[in-house]
Ligand binder design. Structure first.
Ligand SMILES: Cc1cc2nc3c(=O)[nH]c(=O)nc-3n(C[C@H](O)[C@H](O)[C@H](O)COP(=O)(O)O)c2cc1C
Ligand code: SF4
Length: 456
């Protein structure tokens, strides 16, 4: 069956984006079919065995907290929320000796344009997140957790609530889990739909019922988190990776990826591809393979790729076709893996127009606390706007770069950098398109498409 037929079959069944069967060695999406999300199915897939193992419920000695953290460190798991921070190391920052309440938070805000993996995990394998969080809570001596779920996905929120009820009824959440000394209460929290609420400290503010604006750091959440108490926050996919690691060992997880880039990663592939959707593949898989899984480029030749969500600098096709999909390779190429949202652009796409769209987004989402971000995102957006509309000035090229440079590193949170990086990436690789817009007041790409010169 070719990809077009597959796509037709896929759509006619009304299936969601992760059931195309085109994953490579999946761990989180393994054996899912869209219907088997409930507890009994999860147990049949070996679910909650990792939690049982560390609690000593499978006839062997319980693991120590240090053992769990050491296993996650060995796995090379890096946070899937965007920054790629080593998860085991983050867990070791939790002051376990602290006597008061400590909290665990799952970041399911998933607002980065292009990213749609966490909602699929929560809907089609919610217990894997609950189990991952319970293991993390055990490792850090935490008894209360929250999953902060993006405000606009009610269906996902409701699904997660049902899974929580199932887990509580089966004794996998609550007091003295399965007769052990470990207690963990987990609650779902409904977000309010702002992109900035995905930034961890803005999320904490929002969780406390306040306006979702980032906090100045330090102090970091590990010492001052929810209600001012020590808190560890990880992405949904990060927690979902944990049960596999405990069951199969840190070394096996690491071996599945590349050194320093362990395990599988779910990439949300969108844009000009035949089969947009979520693809779980080992870290270090060539981009060309991922593109092939997604059915190849649609409507033209590959021009560029935004490899890690809208804030990642764009990379031209020539670079992308030579790199592997992992944190280190993409960083070396001058961009970032970020949240794993891969936005594919074909050669009919105008880069000025693309940047116009991205810059408008960041201007809209700036929370307004810091001057460089509040004012700078507006300047960037208005400048790109006028270049696109044929009113740009030659000095705009340097001005764009200088405004972007002056935002970076000068703000409370990384949204400022997220707004600036796409600008710098576009200017670095596609400067000629901006210059053409300014000089000729027209778009060279649109002109080529109209003249039939593109390669669709
Ligand atoms: C503007 C902004 C938006 C963010 N949005 C998200 C998000 O939607 N989901 C997420 O997990 N992390 C997001 N992050 C990253 C979080 O601040 C944090 O690093 C992450 O949740 C930590 O989890 P991890 O270590 O498992 O990646 C965002 C960061 C910034 C600056
Ligand atoms: S960088 Fe932007 S979004 Fe972040 S705190 Fe400052 S103004 Fe708000």
């Amino acid at each position: 069956m070719n990809v077009q037929q597959l796509l037709a079959q896929f759509q006619s069944q009304g299936l969601e984006s992760c059931f195309h069967g085109r994953h490579i060695q999946p761990q989180i999406y393994a054996d899912l079919n869209g219907r088997n999300w409930g507890l009994q199915d999860y147990l049949a897939r070996g679910g909650y065995q990792a939690l049982r193992t560390i609690l000593g419920l499978n006839g062997e000695a319980a693991w120590t907290q240090d053992q769990v953290i050491a296993c996650v460190k060995e796995s090379g798991l890096r946070g899937r929320g965007g920054a790629g921070f080593p998860t085991g190391l983050k867990w070791s920052f939790m002051p376990r000796q602290f006597n008061g309440q400590k909290y665990l938070v799952c970041n399911s805000d998933e607002g980065e344009p292009g990213t749609c993996k966490d909602r699929d995990i929560l809907e089609y394998n919610p217990h894997i997140v609950i189990e991952g969080m319970a293991i993390a809570a055990y490792a850090m001596g935490i008894t209360v957790g929250y999953n902060y779920i993006h405000g606009e996905i009610f269906q996902t929120y409701e699904r997660f609530e049902v899974a929580l009820q199932e887990a509580r009824a089966a004794g996998y959440l609550g007091q003295r889990i399965h007769g052990s000394d470990f207690s963990f209460e987990l609650y779902a929290a409904h977000g309010f739909g702002a992109y900035i609420c995905g930034e961890e400290t803005a999320l904490l503010e929002s969780l406390e019922g306040k306006k979702g604006q980032p906090r100045f750091k330090p102090p970091f959440p590990a010492s001052f988190g929810v209600y001012g108490k020590p808190t560890t926050i990880n992405n949904t996919e990060t927690f979902a990776a944990v049960p596999w690691i405990i069951r199969n060992g840190g070394a096996a997880y690491l071996a599945c990826g590349k050194p320093n880039n362990g395990g599988t990663k779910i990439f949300s592939v969108s844009g000009d591809v035949v089969l947009p959707g979520n693809y779980e593949i080992p870290m270090g898989t060539p981009f060309s393979k991922l593109l092939e899984l997604a059915g190849g480029v649609q409507g033209g030749k590959l021009k560029a790729v935004i490899p890690g969500g809208s804030s990642a600098p764009v990379l031209p096709a020539s670079i992308m076709m030579d790199i592997t999909m992992d944190y280190d390779a993409i960083a070396k190429a001058g961009s970032m893996l970020g949240s794993g949202a891969v936005i594919v652009l074909n050669d009919t796409r105008c880069m000025v127009k693309s940047l116009q769209r991205l810059s408008a987004f960041y201007m809209h989402e700036s929370c307004g606390q810091c001057t460089p971000c509040r004012e700078g995102t507006g300047w960037l957006s208005r400048m790109v706007d006028r270049i696109e509309q044929g009113h740009g000035k030659p000095s705009d090229m340097d001005l764009l770069d200088s405004v972007a440079e002056n935002i970076m590193g000068r703000t409370i949170c990384a949204l400022g950098d997220a707004a600036a990086m796409p600008v710098r990436g576009m200017l670095k690789h596609f400067r000629a398109e901006f210059e053409h817009h300014i000089k000729h007041k027209t778009c060279m790409v649109t002109a080529a498409v109209t003249a039939g010169e593109h390669h669709g």
